[in-house]
Structure formats: structure tokens, C-alpha cells
Design a protein around this ligand. Structure first.
Ligand code: OGA
Ligand code: MN
Length: 283
């Protein structure tokens, strides 16, 4: 197994392994690489949904998928992200990841890691961007670090509660879906989170899910949030992943935010299989 750094911001690629036949020792090395590099791209994998599930489960319990109608038949924990269409119907979720976010920060137990397997890459576009929230936190001006040290962000899942995002017009059921989600409870998490495995501090906030600051008026909160949102995606924190065929990419939602960069147009199709490892309550 070889591990090579991908970018100055973060990220590593791993080659020379087959995830279908993984020794405990190699698995531990993958886990180490994941914690060190935050985003890992494991190259040249030929995986069925069952193989992807078995690998994902080694990290812990999996999350259920909110978009249950887009999961792989008989695999409720494997979500299909896709812009493909069969018999006039979308085969998967079309607007997954369309604004910067950390997966499931709106849930009572936000995700530890997300695992995407490239089933079909488009000919153009389809990159995923990742931003390093350890680096972003460390680079904050001292006054901002002090200002936000004890503040808590409000995380909401429905796009209709968030003035900074829009519902994709490519998603026919979008408005109804997000309307129903309005009744789900918001979650309150520290803006500065401590990574439970490494003890490092991380900026835990994102324009997709963070809609306010607990106990603070909107104007004051917006001034802080807009400054953090601009800061956290500065180019020096961002690694942009250009997908190769047979890539499996895994990222740490506790220390990384990400977004789908788009840039492909049907009939150029992109299809990914997605599994999510459950995590701990942020502190
Ligand atoms: C996700 C996600 C980005 C992409 O699966 O959580 O944000 O590029 N995906 O598909
Ligand atoms: Mn995501």
C-alpha cells in the first residue's frame, strides 16, 4: 500500500490495495491515512454495493439515508447520486452536495465520514471540492478566535430556512421535499469543534446548514457567519478532487467541508454510490 499527498491543502491518494480483501493491518493504515490527510482517494477499486458496505462498516455504524427512494435496491444504506434518467425517472439524487457543507451537521449525531464510489464519471466536470477546517480555524485572526470560542451555530436541514442557498431547479420534487423537512428540529453545535480522534480544533460551520448563532440577533450573527463563510473556502484551504474511474473517496466530516462542483450536463452522466459512517455529538 502506498500513500501519496495530493495537495498542499490536504488529501492523499492510496494505491496498491484491493478493498475487497483487506487485512486488519492494512485497514488500520487506511484509518491512519484518513485521520492524517482528512480526504483519501483510494484508486483502482472494483466494488459492488455489498463490497462498499462491508468496507464502510469497518469504520462503524452507518447512517440511514434521508433520500430513501434513491437508494440501491436491497441496499437501503447505499444512496445513488446521479443525473441519469431511466424510463423518464431520475435514477438518483440530482442535487447532492450543491453548497459547501459538512454532511449531517443538521442531525443529532452528525456524520463521521462519507464514502463515495465513482460508478460513472462524466466526460466533463463533476469534481468535488474539499476545504480543510483545521487549517481554516488555525488561520483565523486572533480576535475572531476569541469572539467565536464559546458561540454555537444553528444547523438546519431544510433549504427553505436558509437565505444563503436555493433549491435546484433540476430537482422536480425539491420544494415539497424541503417543505416537509421544515419540521425537523435544528441542531446546535459549537462553531469551534474539537476533533474526537485527534483532539485538534476545527471550524464547524457551513453556508448550507448553519443559519444562525444561538442567542444572537440576525444582523450580528450574519456579520460573523459571512466572515467565516468567506474565510473557510480561501484557496489555500481547498483541495479539488478530479475523479478518476474506479476511485473511492472518503472524507472526514468533522474536519472538512465539501461541495459538488457540477459542470456536467445531461446526457453526460455522473453516478456515485454513497455510504455514510455515523459519528459523535460535536463538542
Ligand atoms: C455527498 C456530497 C459531493 C459530490 O455525497 O455528501 O456532497 O461531488 N457529494 O457528489
Ligand atoms: Mn455532502
Amino acid at each position: 500500500m502506498e500513500v501519496r499527498t495530493l495537495d498542499a491543502a490536504m488529501g492523499a491518494e492510496i494505491t496498491g490495495i484491493d478493498l475487497r480483501a483487506l487485512s486488519d493491518d492494512t485497514f488500520e493504515k487506511i484509518r491512519d491515512a484518513f485521520l492524517t490527510h482528512q480526504v483519501i482517494a483510494i484508486r483502482d477499486q472494483v466494488l459492488s454495493p455489498a463490497d462498499q458496505l462491508a468496507f464502510s462498516r469497518r469504520f462503524g455504524a452507518l447512517e440511514d439515508q434521508l433520500n430513501a427512494h434513491y437508494t440501491v435496491p436491497d441496499f437501503p444504506e447505499v444512496l445513488v447520486l446521479s443525473n441519469d434518467v431511466k424510463d423518464g425517472k431520475p435514477v438518483g439524487l440530482i442535487d447532492g452536495g450543491d453548497f459547501w457543507h459538512s454532511d449531517s451537521s443538521h442531525r443529532p449525531f452528525p456524520s463521521m465520514a462519507t464514502i463515495l464510489y465513482a460508478v460513472k464519471n462524466p466526460n466533463e466536470g463533476g469534481d468535488t471540492e474539499f476545504a480543510n477546517m483545521h487549517a481554516a480555524y488555525e488561520a483565523l485572526p486572533a480576535a475572531m478566535k476569541t469572539r467565536i470560542a464559546t458561540l454555537k451555530g444553528i444547523h438546519a436541514v431544510s433549504k427553505l430556512k436558509n437565505k444563503r442557498v436555493t433549491v435546484s431547479p433540476r430537482r422536480p420534487d425539491g420544494k415539497d421535499f424541503y417543505e416537509r423537512q421544515k419540521s425537523l428540529p435544528d441542531q446546535i453545535w459549537p462553531l469551534v469543534r474539537t476533533h474526537p480522534a485527534t483532539g485538534r480544533k476545527t471550524l464547524y460551520v457551513s453556508p448550507r446548514f448553519t443559519i444562525g448563532i444561538e442567542g444572537m440577533g440576525e444582523d450580528e450573527a450574519d456579520t460573523i457567519l459571512d466572515a467565516l463563510f468567506a474565510h473557510q473556502i480561501r484557496p489555500e484551504f481547498v483541495y479539488r478532487h478530479r475523479w478518476r474511474d474506479r476511485d473511492l473517496v472518503m472524507w472526514d466530516n468533522r474536519s472538512v467541508i465539501h461541495q459538488a462542483a457540477g459542470g456536467y450536463v445531461y446526457p453526460d452522466t455522473r453516478t456515485m454510490y454513497r455510504t455514510v459512517v455515523a459519528g459523535d455529538r460535536p463538542f
